[in-house]
Ligand binder design. Structure first.
Ligand code: HEM
Ligand code: HEM
Length: 185
């Protein structure tokens, strides 16, 4: 292992971040795949209530993803504060930028999804334990507006994640130590 690879190996993220990263990735893939299924179900009526479970699941996993991302970004910022000052390589700056964009888009997806849901007139039950306080009245225009923004932010997130995963696979193939930061406990 070269000196550069050894120093990258030293910068490994904490086990908490490793576990949250896996949960975040699985949850986000689930949100994308399940949302297309949930929206293809018949619209709710007295007879058809099929949408209730997948919508509640989608909203709860989305809210939980928000919490994972808050913990991960807080950990990353405190790691950055503790790291030795010094010139950062172009690759390190690019990686930080990629992570920042991913975090911003995750927060944007969660906030727009939450706003769309708040104006839909449907309650959100937090993991079937209690109802999230509702602070708005049903408003179709705002529901549609935030639903559109939700879709666009989600598509942007998918695009950035594709670049992120391609870069991770590229570095794994190069065996330059970057992948070890995340995938060797
Ligand atoms: C939905 C899917 C994914 C999301 C949202 C995601 C998000 C993130 C985020 C936010 C970070 C920064 C962690 C930090 O703050 O320290 C990160 C780092 C990382 N991710 Fe992912 N990730 C996903 C999937 C993947 C996959 C499938 C791989 C591997 C093939 C991967 C490999 C890595 C690696 C190696 C790092 C560390 C890079 C470094 O610190 O230089 N990610 N990811
Ligand atoms: C990273 C987090 C999230 C991702 C990746 C995500 C992804 C998606 C996707 C891909 C759709 C389907 C859009 C379409 O094709 O029409 C969708 C719909 C929806 N999401 Fe999310 N979502 C997330 C978080 C949330 C949160 C936190 C909530 C609410 C608390 C939420 C509420 C909704 C609702 C209500 C819809 C249906 C919108 C409609 O009726 O058109 N989402 N989501």
């Amino acid at each position: 292992m070269t000196g550069l690879e050894e120093s990258r190996d030293m910068e490994r993220v904490s086990p908490v971040t490793v576990v949250l990263h896996c949960l975040l990735a699985v949850s986000i893939f689930f949100l994308f795949i399940s949302s297309w299924w949930m929206l293809s179900l018949p619209l709710p009526s007295e007879v058809f209530t099929y949408r209730e479970l997948p919508f509640q699941l989608h909203k709860n996993i989305g809210l939980t993803v928000f919490l994972f991302a808050v913990v991960m970004i807080t950990t990353a910022l405190s790691r950055k504060r503790q790291s030795k000052p010094g010139a950062r390589t172009k690759l390190e700056r690019l990686t930080s930028f990629d992570h920042l964009i991913i975090y911003i888009l995750i927060f944007a997806c969660c906030i727009t999804g939450y706003l769309s849901s708040s104006y839909s007139g449907w309650q959100t039950q937090v993991w079937w334990l209690f109802n999230l306080p509702s602070w708005t009245n049903e408003n179709d225009k705002l529901n549609i507006l935030f639903s559109d923004v939700h879709i666009w932010t989600c598509w942007s997130l998918l695009a950035v994640i594709s670049v992120h995963i391609s870069a991770a696979i590229f570095h794994a193939a190069k065996n330059d130590g970057i992948i070890n930061k995340m995938f060797r406990l």
